[in-house]
Design a protein around this ligand. Sequence first.
Ligand SMILES: [Zn+2]
Length: 101
Amino acid sequence: MPMYNYRCKQCGHEFTEVHGIHDLPPDCPECESEDVQRLITSAPTIAKGILTPAGDGHKATKEQLKAKWREETPKLQKKLRDKLGDKAIEDIPSLNPNYDD
Ligand SMILES: [Zn+2]
């Protein structure tokens, strides 16, 4: 599990918590305030490539782009399906989720 550093906005106490990435921030152990701020110490390297804004995409590796594509494809499919219907999706092979070229 990842480790996070927090600073309490109420009393200024800094503390470290180990919890899942989707869990809510913990309360301050000193004053039990929920008003805590996560301190960014270091971002995982992979996030850099994926979060790179469009136009700067050449910095992402092929693997990162593939991962991003896999993540985006279902959303894209749903969008198209809502708009065009299921048949349209079947006719677009490149939107197959197993597409791996
Ligand atoms: Zn506090």
